[in-house]
Design a protein around this ligand. Structure first.
Ligand SMILES: [Zn+2]
Ligand SMILES: [Zn+2]
Ligand SMILES: [Zn+2]
Ligand SMILES: [Zn+2]
Ligand SMILES: [Zn+2]
Length: 316
């Protein structure tokens, strides 16, 4: 869930606002006129309204308000290609107050203490927290993103659970599957420490009728610089030209993809492909480090499509 600011009691609120004392059915009738965003904002103003307006948690837990980066739905947001175009970001901007401010790096609300003074003078879209310029969010799968604080926590946990910290190997941390059209994608993510750096190992398995064509419209990425579609298409091309295949390295963030195996049914065209991707997310540092910087999305406002499925600008 997102960090929700707890409502701050102001002197005028010592007596309940007449609005909150309205009969529930009347309140619901009024709220029915609100769009999801203002409705959720109203619900988040106090516990009783939250209970009445979103008791089922449908609004709070809807994907559009929860996903920091929505790369599964190619077209659901007004400015879908930018992390500052999401419904979630618009919600966070509305929830800002004197104690909580938006961080355009972590795509979250942080308490004001977590910003340098000059950052607080900037607008929400430019403001970044104490982790500095390289702060950003790393997209792992459609349901998981990682902030730099979460990276630090994971590194400390891995180091603590292993006597030999330099080689700490985690268990499968996240397992997930999702579909695009007829393509079914499964991924298992396992973290480990390598000389103090967090390395995430992704094991992908994709099956479907038209691969990689079916992945073309989704922006799901293997690293911030290449989509699953581009990665697999490159491999097919390399194989057709009988060049080196089965492995790729991203020239920007050095993410390595290896062990690309295809099984294609000649008769039906049904395709299964598996591969392994390793992403190094850097160390637990006071300021977000270079590797984190390269692996994370940054709050770009406009995306230039270099070619199908390849986006620019990226961090470099
Ligand atoms: Zn859509
Ligand atoms: Zn949307
Ligand atoms: Zn932040
Ligand atoms: Zn997931
Ligand atoms: Zn990359």
């Amino acid at each position: 869930m997102f960090e929700t600011p707890s409502p701050s009691p102001s002197p005028s609120q010592t007596t309940p606002s007449p609005f909150t004392t309205l009969p529930t059915d009347l309140l619901l009738e009024i709220a029915a006129y609100l769009k999801p965003l203002p409705k959720l904002c109203l619900a988040l103003t106090c516990k009783s309204l939250l209970h009445k307006l979103d008791g089922s948690k449908t609004l709070r837990q809807s994907r559009k308000f929860r996903a920091l980066i929505d790369d599964l739905n190619p077209c659901c947001c007004p400015a879908p290609d930018t992390v500052l175009g999401t419904h979630r970001w618009r919600l966070l901007r509305r929830l800002e107050d004197e104690r909580w401010k938006c961080c355009s790096g972590c795509l979250k609300l942080h308490p004001v203490e977590e910003f340098a003074r000059e950052e607080l003078e900037k607008g929400a879209d430019e403001r970044k927290c104490v982790f500095g310029k390289g702060v950003g969010v790393v997209a792992l799968c459609p349901c998981k993103t990682m902030t730099v604080r979460e990276k630090g926590r994971m590194i400390r946990e891995l180091a603590a659970t292993s006597a030999e910290a330099e080689k700490a190997e985690g268990h499968c941390w996240h397992e997930c599957s999702y579909t695009y059209d007829s393509a079914k994608v499964s991924v298992k993510i396992t973290p480990r420490l390598e000389l103090g750096e967090l390395v995430l190992d992704f094991r992908y398995y994709i099956e479907g009728k038209i691969l990689p064509g079916n992945l073309r419209l989704v922006r799901r990425t293997a690293c911030p610089h290449s989509s699953l579609y581009v990665l697999l298409r490159k491999d097919r091309q390399a194989r057709n030209e009988s060049c080196d295949s089965g492995a790729q390295r991203c020239g920007v963030c050095q993410t390595v993809t290896t062990d690309i195996f295809w099984i294609i049914d000649e008769g039906t065209g049904y395709t299964q492909v598996s591969f392994r991707t390793e992403r190094s997310l850097g160390r637990d540092t006071v300021l977000a480090d270079k590797k984190w910087d390269l692996q994370s999305y940054f709050p770009f406002k406009k995306v230039v499509r270099l070619s199908e499925g390849v986006y620019c600008p990226w961090k470099q």
